[in-house]
Write a protein that binds this ligand. Structure first.
Ligand code: NOJ
Ligand code: CA
Length: 515
């Protein structure tokens, strides 16, 4: 694992919504470069950039038309290289979003593969051998090609699936190729070339979109794991410092595949939603939530994957509701005390550090649908368009939160009691205690069913830190083999121990050392 991941705190940037420097209503690469100082000052030392490549933007850029070129609306390849360089000068790393599973229908590969005659790209996508032959289990594109076949899609119906083969091709379905066939091999080589290109220009790694879905009919992920192991070998030999994080949600599989990190997400078996986004989230002060299923699954993953890589818990992302849709500012602060004291590299979705809200009732933008409200422009200050850019408001890519009390960076950086100040403090504490960082161990002390608080011990070498998190608005007690004294960090008062029982104030989080 690259050294720098030990202490990485990531900041996810949705490029179209971060900072617009040329008043066209869309964020751009130069805007991100301009704001590197802000991200660094918050304490984040790494950035994940959502796709910024040429695209028809039917899925906000997750429909890539040209993997080698920055979308003109964001700037140029040179602008992106300057972003890498300036980030590196500040001691920060930048990872790009690799979308290996599908392309846009406008990608040259797909145009070629739609032709009736055989060519280099005929087998680049998962095509059946007749227009009425359905790629079982998958949706498909049909009726737009001269080629007599239908093409499997991965997500939206305009995202044709790249062909990495079938784990066990059905011998009666000649169109199903094996992973070792020429077409699938060429697809994988093409992906490696794309990685080579950007890593060669100074990018520090990739977040990989739908990483678990590449090989088809691969129920247990065995074929896809094998494929990523091959990528791991390639990276180890050519770019050993490149960091890889998968959108997979099953760390036991992805880390076996050679990823350094995997996300716990709103889909998959992680119970991540129980914490932040369900009817009674654990982090709501109502105190009706349950973190125990999450913890059980976490321990299971942690034991299966120990030391192979990191399990990463994001504050949110461009696919989920904003934290602020289900939690109030005080609850968000406690949620961050959890997020920033867990193992693995934390990922903060832009704007979550100021409690940006989900903007309700928006018309879908670029395939966002219900996700659009979590993708609104970053709110910097009290100037035009909240400082996002100086275009006419109606030209904005997505409308800004119209509430006059909307949070901004300007207000929150000036307020010691803001979410921003809490997040900055928490990152600072994490950065100065190895036990709290990515690779520190974790042992759960209290994580009972339907019960508060949540408590765990983080440790690294001789350093041990007891974390106590009580989002509920009631005092709680739990038995604990460790006493508490002066906290390294606390919000909401202080806990107290006597005779092996710790009494925890309501709406509280605290970290205790000296154990
Ligand atoms: C996951 C991405 O995060 C999401 O935004 C996208 O729509 C799908 N993958 C398809 O690429
Ligand atoms: Ca712009």
């Amino acid at each position: 694992m690259p050294e720098w991941l030990n202490n990485a705190v990531f900041y996810e940037i949705y490029p179209q919504s971060f900072k617009d420097t040329n008043a066209d209503g869309i964020g751009d690469i130069n805007g991100i470069t301009e704001k590197l100082g802000y991200i660094k000052d918050l304490g984040c030392n790494a950035i994940w950039l959502n796709p910024c490549f040429k695209s028809p933007f039917g899925d906000a850029g997750y429909d890539v038309e040209d993997y080698y070129t920055v979308a003109p609306r964001y700037g140029t390849n040179e602008d992106l290289v300057r972003l890498f360089d300036e980030a590196h000068e500040l001691g920060m790393h930048v990872i790009l979003d690799l979308v290996p599973g599908h392309t846009a229908v406008t990608h040259e590969w797909f145009k070629q593969s739609m032709k009736a005659g055989r060519n280099e790209f005929t087998d680049r996508y998962v095509w059946t051998d007749g227009i009425w032959v359905h790629p079982d289990g998958m949706n498909c594109i049909r009726g737009i090609s001269d080629r007599d076949g239908s093409c499997a899609v991965n997500f939206f119906s305009h995202q044709p699936a790249l062909n990495y083969g079938f784990y066990k091709p059905d011998p009666d379905k000649k169109w199903q190729q094996s992973m070792d066939d020429e077409g699938p091999r060429a697809t994988l080589e093409a992906m490696k070339d794309i990685m080579r290109f950007w890593l060669g220009l100074g990018c520090d790694g990739f977040r990989v979109d739908m990483a678990g879905s590449l090989v088809k009919n691969d129920e247990d992920g065995k074929g896809t794991i094998k494929l990523w192991q091959e990528v791991r070998e390639f990276l180890d030999s050519e770019f050993p410092n490149a960091a890889m994080v998968s959108e997979w949600g099953e760390p036991d599989k992805s880390l076996t595949g050679g990823f350094h990190m995997d996300f716990l997400l709103h889909f998959g078996p992680s119970h991540y939603n129980d914490l932040f986004r369900c009817e009674e989230p654990y982090f709501s002060s109502r105190g009706k939530g349950d973190a125990s299923a999450f913890v059980r699954k976490y321990i299971e993953n942690y034991q299966k994957t120990e030391r192979k890589g990191l399990i990463c818990i994001p504050s949110g992302n461009h696919d989920m509701d904003r934290l602020a849709r289900s939690l109030n500012p005080d609850e968000i602060k406690i949620a961050f005390a959890f997020l920033l004291s867990m193992p693995g590299a934390p990922f903060i979705y832009y704007g979550d550090e100021i409690g940006m809200r989900y903007v309700e009732n928006l018309t879908s933008v670029e395939g966002g649908y219900g996700r659009t409200g979590s993708r609104s422009p970053m709110q910097w200050d009290g100037t035009t368009n909240a400082g996002f850019g100086s275009s006419a408001p109606e030209k904005l890519y997505i409308p800004i939160d119209k509430d006059k009390d909307r949070p901004t960076v300007e207000k929150q950086t000036a307020d010691d009691a803001s979410i921003y100040s809490e997040v900055r403090r928490l990152i600072g504490i994490r950065q100065s205690h190895k036990a709290l960082q990515s690779c520190g161990e974790i042992e759960f002390i209290h994580a009972e069913e339907n019960s508060y608080p949540l408590s765990y011990l983080r440790s690294s070498g001789d350093e041990k830190i007891l974390v106590i998190i009580n989002p509920s608005d009631k005092e709680q007690k739990f038995t604990c083999p460790y006493p508490v004294s002066t906290p390294i960090y606390s919000i909401g008062g202080n806990a107290d121990s006597s005779n092996g029982v710790i009494t925890v104030p309501p709406c509280f989080a605290g970290f205790y050392g000296g154990l």
